[in-house]
Design a protein around this ligand. Structure first.
Ligand SMILES: [Zn+2]
Length: 456
């Protein structure tokens, strides 16, 4: 009797183990089926790790910027357009970080749990980007490293995006791994870049002042070309005399903004940095994660450090994508959508199988504050930079010339069209180029004017 019982228990145990292992396998197969099917060892989609078989990718005008024909993956026939679009589409081998050929594999390869990968009918991924404008923007960046992006601030749709350095994937430079000209070449700098902001940061200090200093609009600030904080001296770009808050931004007066930063203190300045969304790392609806900014100043730092922080020097670092979201929110009355560029995926029957659902921006500020900043940025262009620099556009903007030890400065421009019938915001960073207005301001203006002329 004992022996029979023991045998029964053993058989029962074996059955239980068998059922458990089988269940785990089935669940794992279903939950990871997509990953298995889309792996680069799948010969239907890849050859030696190179993507071959995926659907079309089209720009906003319906131009095919990637497609498969006769078992080969094709891109733009123009080598410089291929280089300009490399960071958006990605390359065949998957070197590029965040290319949509990788992040939207499921949609592009028409995968479903029921039917697996369908190699006959493929979906088309429709972007909001204008490929020609991206190629033009890429030319404006050269020969510098950096990025430019233009976004519709009402919808969050990016119409232009370029990152430099880049390369033609069909003619990859042999020295790409050790030539410093290609440092960070696989990174899309809009999402992965982290820069000293220089004077574009004065928009953050101004945001803090509007929110926290009641009489900021009636204060005046003295600039003799330098400002002694008592714990270090801040040097200005000029002798501005006595300026009010708006003039301080117009002239980008370091002395005035150092005084404002000291009034605010490290905690309120940090609060403004967070309110602007610059500390946020967000995975947007394009499934791309941007790098979060760094604000390192604390209440223990000297007044000199606090002053330098308020004018965008010191240790603060900013990501261009976050800064674009910030200016989109200023332009759009305090809030906006996260910038993104994948709009829909459509199958061969014309049925939409994916529609972007953009999230609200990580920067949400109140409307009065946003409108005040908007008017101050408008007067900075009209009273100081000059409207003539922007052709037919009515622009709001702020430049930054971020000083670097033993290097040329990083040039920044962040701004947007004041006219909401042309609702576009722009951010441009040209690394180690020189003056913000001269380099980033010019590049941003050229791209915005080209977009304006294309639409009108
Ligand atoms: Zn000054």
């Amino acid at each position: 009797m004992n022996i029979i019982n023991k045998r029964l228990i053993m058989i029962f145990s074996v059955i239980i183990i068998f059922l458990t292992v089988t269940s785990i396998l089935i669940v794992s197969m279903f939950s990871n089926a997509e990953e298995y099917a889309l792996k680069s060892v799948n010969a239907h989609l890849y050859d030696s790790g190179t993507i071959l078989n995926a659907g079309d990718i089209t720009d906003i005008n319906g131009n095919k910027i990637a497609y498969t024909s006769n078992g080969e993956r094709h891109y733009s026939s123009n080598p410089s357009t291929r280089a300009a679009l490399l960071h958006i589409i990605g390359d065949n081998q998957g070197f590029i970080d965040g290319g949509i050929q990788d992040t939207f594999r499921e949609e592009l390869c028409s995968y479903s749990l029921l039917y697996g990968v369908n190699t006959e009918t493929k979906n088309t991924l429709c972007l909001t980007l204008d490929a020609e404008l991206c190629a033009f923007a890429y030319e404006q960046l050269l020969p510098y490293k950096g990025c430019i992006a233009v976004c519709n601030y009402k919808t969050g749709e990016l119409v232009c995006l370029a990152s430099s350095p880049s390369y033609d994937m069909f003619n990859k430079p042999s020295d790409i791994e050790n030539n410093p000209d290609y440092d960070g070449v696989y990174i899309n700098r809009l999402y992965g870049g982290l820069y000293t902001p220089g004077s574009v940061f004065k928009l953050v200090t101004a945001l803090g002042a509007i929110e926290n200093i009641d009489d900021i609009h009636t204060q005046s600030f003295k600039c003799t070309g330098s400002y002694n904080t008592g714990e270090g001296t801040i040097i200005c770009n000029d002798v501005h005399g006595t300026v009010d808050f708006t003039q301080a931004l117009n002239y980008s007066c370091n002395c005035a903004f150092a005084q404002i930063a000291i009034q605010l203190g490290a905690d309120k300045l940090n609060e403004a940095f967070n309110l602007a969304g610059l500390n946020s790392s967000v995975r947007n609806c394009d499934r791309i994660l941007n790098t979060d900014g760094k604000f390192r100043t604390t209440a223990d730092d000297t007044l000199g450090t606090l002053g330098w922080t308020g004018i965008g020097q010191a240790d603060t670092l900013v990501n261009p994508y976050s800064f674009l979201s910030f200016v989109c929110s200023i332009a759009n009355g305090g809030t906006s959508y996260q910038p993104h560029f994948v709009k829909t995926a459509v199958n061969s029957n014309g049925r939409t199988v994916y529609t972007a659902e953009p999230e609200l921006s990580s920067c949400t500020i109140n409307k009065t504050t946003a409108d005040t900043l908007k008017e101050m940025m408008r007067s900075t262009v009209s009273n100081y930079y000059g409207d003539y620099r922007f052709g037919n556009l009515t622009m709001c903007g702020k430049t930054g010339t971020a000083e670097r030890d033993n290097e040329k400065p990083h040039a920044w421009f962040a701004g947007f069209s004041y006219d909401d019938s042309f609702p576009y915001a722009v951010v441009a960073v040209l690394e180690n180029s020189g003056s913000g207005l001269q380099y980033a301001g010019t590049a941003a203006s050229e791209v915005m004017q080209k977009l304006y002329n294309t639409i009108n």
